[in-house]
Design a binder for this molecule. Structure first.
Ligand SMILES: Nc1ncnc2c1ncn2[C@@H]1O[C@H](COP(=O)(O)OP(=O)(O)OP(=O)(O)O)[C@@H](O)[C@H]1O
Ligand SMILES: [Mg+2]
Length: 238
């Protein structure tokens, strides 16, 4: 069964064709990276999948349901490009509040658990608006997955994180074995660590879909994966 289906989606902003008839599907439990250059349409795709934007044309289904349905909201975790938790609430308050809204039985306990997992103990009583950019990203990630979502959509999740924290977040995300993951990035090392498959888009169109192993095989001897992807994006391989 496919948990994510995108069929011929078009999204325009004035004259800009952000998505120009994009289609792909992701089986339940699969881990996919959404790769593309700046302005390719990655964030727009994720916004549509999370129900924040509606397509002008085409159809999107999450487990066969509309993205903005109540059922989908319960099972979906979405990290926006520049996530901003409640600025005047502390780290603990943000997590406890979202845990309560999500109907998690013991919100305080869950909030403290997330603080431990993401190494935010030192900042638990700091207002979100006063956190460093990296710590804000840790909090945003914790808020995204606090309800153990079945479908996880992450827009550039490792932005702003130092190297040890990137490793921490990769191991946290890898523990979500059963969840369906779609992660946008233009950093290939992140894609290869978090995903087994890639969807490459450019100018709002899918230009390549397949397994990362197949992607690597398309390279010339010892060619770095970045170079293969660059050739695909510029039309050197179809
Ligand atoms: N709200 C908006 N209003 C007008 N144009 C928009 C809006 N959102 C996105 N766009 C345009 O749509 C196109 C796709 O943008 P999008 O943010 O999806 O790209 P992206 O692949 O996420 O890029 P990046 O790697 O820079 O994050 C770009 O040309 C962008 O300028
Ligand atoms: Mg983006």
């Amino acid at each position: 069964m496919n948990c994510i289906e995108v069929n011929n989606v078009v999204k325009r902003f004035g004259n800009v064709h952000a998505l120009d008839g994009i289609s792909f599907s992701i089986p339940c439990g699969a881990k996919y990276a959404l790769i593309g250059p700046n302005g390719a349409g990655k964030s727009t795709t994720l916004k549509i999948l999370s129900g924040l934007l509606t397509p002008d044309l085409g159809e999107v289904k999450i487990k066969g349901m509309r993205p903005n349905s109540k059922e989908v909201k319960k099972i979906l975790g979405y990290l926006p490009e520049d996530a901003m938790p409640y600025r005047t609430l502390t780290v603990l308050e943000n997590l406890e509040y979202i845990a309560s809204l999500r109907g998690i039985p013991n919100p305080r306990e869950k909030a403290l658990q997330m603080i431990n997992i993401f190494g935010l103990q030192e900042y638990m009583h700091t207002e979100a608006g006063k956190l460093s950019r990296g710590n804000l990203q840790r909090l945003s990630l914790a808020l995204t997955i606090i309800h153990d979502p079945e479908i996880i959509l992450l827009d550039e999740p490792l932005n702003y994180l130092d190297i040890p924290t990137q490793e921490l977040v990769i191991s946290i995300l890898k523990s979500y074995i059963l969840s369906t993951l779609l992660v946008s990035t233009h950093i290939m090392s992140i894609a290869t660590r978090l995903a087994t498959h890639a969807i490459i888009i450019n100018h709002g169109k899918v230009v390549w879909v397949g397994s990362i192993d197949d992607l690597k095989k398309m390279g010339k001897e010892n060619e770095p994966i970045e170079s293969i992807v660059a050739r695909i994006m510029t039309g050197g391989i179809t």
